[in-house]
Design a protein around this ligand. Sequence first.
Ligand code: HT9
Ligand code: FE2
Length: 313
Amino acid sequence: MSNKIGVLVMSYGTPESLDQVEAYYTHIRRGHPPTEEQLKELKDRYEAIVGGVFPLRANTDNQVEALQETLNRLSGDSGYEFVCYQGLKHAAPFIEDGVDKIAQDGIKEAIGIVLAPHYSVMSVGGYIKRAETKSSEAGISMKFIRSYHTHPKLIEAFANRVSSKLELFKEAGAERDTVKVLFSAHSLPAKILEMGDPYRDQLLETSREVARKAGVSNWQFTWQSAGRTSDPWLGPDILDTLHDLSKEQVEDVLVAPVGFVSDHLEVLYDLDIEAKTVAKELDMRLERIDSLNTDPLYMETLSEMILETVKNN
Ligand SMILES: CC1=C(CCC(=O)O)c2cc3nc(cc4[nH]c(cc5[nH]c(cc1n2)c(C)c5CCC(=O)O)c(CCC(=O)O)c4C)C(CCC(=O)O)=C3C
Ligand SMILES: [Fe+2]
């Protein structure tokens, strides 16, 4: 008899069309609608990346499908069958919808995992809290994976991407060690540090391990995509970092956004359009590593974390 285990795969969520951007933004702002100006600015950014297509939608679908396939392949004859459900933070199907579906399918045991490797009480912590509340209401026993930022296969996947992009600089005549590798992640309000949040330290650990694995010594960490609010966010921001590097005569920069696992607005706009424009003004060459998306090493990272959690029951 096969023992079914639900896997709630949680991700940020994205609108599916331009007319859904307002509802999405209002949800991110905890029910406070954006001003006309804020809304236009966000719509403009989505239009700039792909003209009204929302890549994170299909990317998340693909990741969840690939995860279910990888997980069931790796679990072999364990006797378990894993069924994956999506639960999104700010768009449908919401985290609560995913838990409801698990319950409707009569599954009593589930694992929750987030498509973001690093834990912060403000990011992954928020996903887990909502899933926990809903699953206890629904009578599902749910365990969570809080982070997987140093899993060897995750490190390997990022390191492979760094190495292959460094080759491009080499072909263009730049010595490997002159290329500055900039690891980056989504900024959060600076107050998380006073709360003893592990987010920054986990990101630095990932960066250090990827650099070591790829044989990179010329690197630093920087933040990106900070919110536009009055309280201070973690810095330095990547745009300031580029200005500083330019003053140090750095000409070649490879950005490795290790806080993200998929192509979406923060990568395709904040890096590929905004940061690239600034680099160009400064006469620097800026490249970005490819996103993990459904990289088999990433799918194996998630699967191994899930299988371990089930085994340790
Ligand atoms: C830590 C973190 C991650 C990484 C971890 C994770 O993946 O969870 C992340 C990812 C993402 N953030 C995304 C989009 C947005 N985030 C915003 C706003 C905010 N992000 C925050 C944090 C994070 N965000 C915070 C503290 C805010 C301020 C409002 C609040 O306190 O909650 C806004 C509002 C406008 C703006 O500020 O730009 C947008 C549009 C998309 C989807 C893009 C797409 O659709 O392609 C993705 C993957
Ligand atoms: Fe965000």
